[in-house]
Design a protein around this ligand. Structure first.
Ligand SMILES: Nc1nc2c(c(=O)[nH]1)N[C@H]1C(S)=C(S)[C@@H](COP(=O)(O)O)O[C@H]1N2
Ligand SMILES: [Mo]
Length: 327
């Protein structure tokens, strides 16, 4: 119990005071903090419930003496402790079933979740199925990003760290035959691209860090995609437009930037990460990247951009996050 509390406290302090500590500490602190939560919470619950008063009453802990048993072996009230053969009482059986159920319900999911946060390098092809193959085939010759990502002679290259899979809906899946990307609202030339046509738009490469506001980061990501400013130029922004609203293909998640923020040169609609198609779990085939802001701005499964004249409150902003998510 003490180890749990101290671990929680220390990792919590690192997460809270991350600005005063080396940037990479937060990642590790978050893993420790999460582990202690996943294992510690059920343990504390188990501990509390199995120790509540009714379970501790002596007649529940002990067994009534049989006739003729010597008085010294007895506790006041005529009870004695169970003999080894009587260890598995109903109370203990319930207690341990409860404990095992708690452990089964919490420990494996934690490790399954952690294992899903693989290096992005290993991603394509894993449990993406049909979706994956469609999109990969059409992207694989379009990219020169592997060199930019630092892969090469004796060099592992690529990003440092792991993405956690975040989604507020079930993971959506798409098909390159039916997937479209829409740019509309207050623009002179609204457009809808098919996947094939979307790939024909000129792309750029950038290397940037990715920070989630909950404390984890992935460093040195090499993204290849279309700078948002280029897309906006293509569409011709109407002078009445003040904000850019982003829609996810999950049908639920949205976010927005001011027009000025949207024109920052590293804001990008990315389709490749470290030279490989972005896996569906991580927002593929196309996701927004806003390196200077926390990643809740980086809408996954991006499939529509709308130019609007009024501010829009995004999914997490509606739940209390800042509209301006500057890192
Ligand atoms: N559609 C959609 N986009 C999203 C989210 C989401 O839940 N749904 N989560 C956001 C948050 S809070 C983060 S930190 C990043 C996480 O990206 P990842 O799941 O690729 O690690 O995606 C952002 N974009
Ligand atoms: Mo996040």
């Amino acid at each position: 119990m003490l180890i749990l509390l101290v671990g929680w406290l220390l990792s919590g302090i690192v997460l809270w005071q991350f600005r005063h500590l080396p940037p990479r500490w937060a990642n590790n602190a978050l893993v420790v903090h999460d582990l202690l939560t996943w294992v510690g919470m059920p343990y504390i619950l188990f501990h509390s419930i199995t120790r509540i008063q009714w379970m501790r009453r002596p007649e529940r802990r002990t067994i009534r003496a049989e006739a003729g048993e010597s008085a010294e072996a007895l506790q006041p009230g005529g009870y004695r402790s169970p003999t080894p053969a009587q260890w598995v009482t109903r109370r203990q059986f319930l207690k341990w079933s409860f404990g095992v159920a708690m452990a089964v319900a919490t420990v494996p999911p934690f490790f399954v979740g952690l294992a899903r946060c693989r290096d992005s390098e290993e991603l394509p092809g894993r449990n993406g199925g049909r979706h994956e193959r469609y999109f990969i085939r059409r992207q694989s010759h379009a990219s020169g990003t592997r060199a930019a990502a630092g892969f090469g002679a004796g060099n592992r290259g690529g990003a440092e760290g792991r993405f956690r899979v975040y989604t507020v809906t079930r993971l959506p899946s798409f098909d390159s035959q039916t997937w479209t990307f829409t740019l509309d609202g207050l623009v002179d030339r609204p457009a809808v691209w098919s996947w094939e046509r979307f790939l024909a738009i000129a792309r750029k490469v950038q290397v940037s860090d990715f920070h989630c506001v909950t404390g984890w980061s992935v460093y040195r990501n090499t993204w290849e995609g279309i700078p948002l400013s280029e897309l906006l130029k293509l569409a011709g922004v109407n002078p009445k437009a003040k904000y850019v609203k982003f829609y996810s293909g999950d049908g639920e998640y949205t976010d927005a930037l001011s027009l000025e923020q949207a024109n920052m040169d590293d804001v990008m609609v990315a389709i490749l990460h470290d030279g490989k198609p972005i896996h569906r779990d991580y927002g593929g085939p196309a996701r927004l990247i806003v390196p200077k802001m926390y990643a809740y701005k980086s809408v996954k499964w991006l499939n529509r951009i709308e130019l609007v004249d009024k501010p829009h409150t995004g999914y997490w902003e509606e739940r209390g996050y800042d509209n301006d998510a500057w890192v």
